[in-house]
Design a protein around this ligand. Structure first.
Ligand SMILES: C[S@@+](CC[C@H](N)C(=O)[O-])C[C@H]1O[C@@H](n2cnc3c(N)ncnc32)[C@H](O)[C@@H]1O
Length: 206
């Protein structure tokens, strides 16, 4: 998104300031954002539409219903600057995990946390834009082996499935019960219970 407004931050903030919270605008923008069409970047209005949708979506996800939260009276310039400061010192890559791991070549003592598309969520459909098939899960297992062989640490999170447990049977496995905290008060109130499974090669208590 940042490329979409970086040279036109004032225009993005201007758009956000003048857009009221409206279900009709939310639905129209979401349909527009989800349409796969060529966009000429930078396009601050398109960036505003996307930002508007995620900020008004339940738990800040583009595919979820409109949120009940009313937090639209913000200084968007300050908010964007805050996010910018938060990611200072971080490198964002958009790569297949195998390419990423090859590029950064795991070293002794590294810690890698991998959070692949879950199988159950994939089966429910429409949760991820890019999901994994079994071949990808197997490729990930091979990549994890590379981290391990190079002396690095890793942790992989999944929902429980027999076939995944089988893939990672050589490593430590731990389940974690959780209560869904979510990114918003609304999500926290709905607070679902669940269980995730973690495979790792570290002795840490997680
Ligand atoms: C369980 S989600 C990760 C969520 C993330 N940890 C977060 O908190 O937002 C799995 C992610 O893997 C991404 N993904 C799909 N195929 C991938 C691939 N081949 N390489 C790397 N990531 C991929 C999906 O787009 C999705 O965002």
């Amino acid at each position: 998104m940042s490329e979409g407004f970086i040279h036109k931050l004032d225009e993005l903030v201007y758009n956000l300031d003048w857009l009221p919270k409206s279900r009709k605008i939310f639905e129209d923008f979401r349909a527009d954002v989800r349409e796969k069409k060529p966009i000429e970047i930078p396009d601050p209005y398109q960036a505003a539409k996307y930002f508007y949708c995620i900020r008004h979506s339940f738990n800040k996800l583009i595919h979820t219903p409109m949120s009940m939260v009313k937090d639209w009276k913000k200084d968007w310039g300050a908010e964007l600057k805050y996010s910018r400061d938060k990611i200072a010192g971080t490198t964002i890559e958009n790569l297949d995990f195998e390419e990423l791991i090859d590029r950064y070549n795991p070293r002794k003592g590294d810690f890698w946390y991998l959070d692949p598309p879950y199988i159950v969520a994939t089966e429910k459909g429409s949760y991820y834009n890019h999901s994994f098939d079994m071949e990808d899960h197997e490729r990930l297992r091979e990549s994890v082996q590379k981290i391990h062989d190079n002396g690095g640490y890793f942790m992989v999170s999944y929902d429980y499935r027999e076939e995944v447990a089988e893939l990672y049977k050589d490593f430590d496995c731990r389940t974690l019960d959780w209560k869904y905290v979510g990114a918003t008060e609304e999500a926290r109130q709905k607070g679902r219970q669940g269980q995730d499974i973690y495979f790792k090669n570290t002795d840490s208590t997680l």
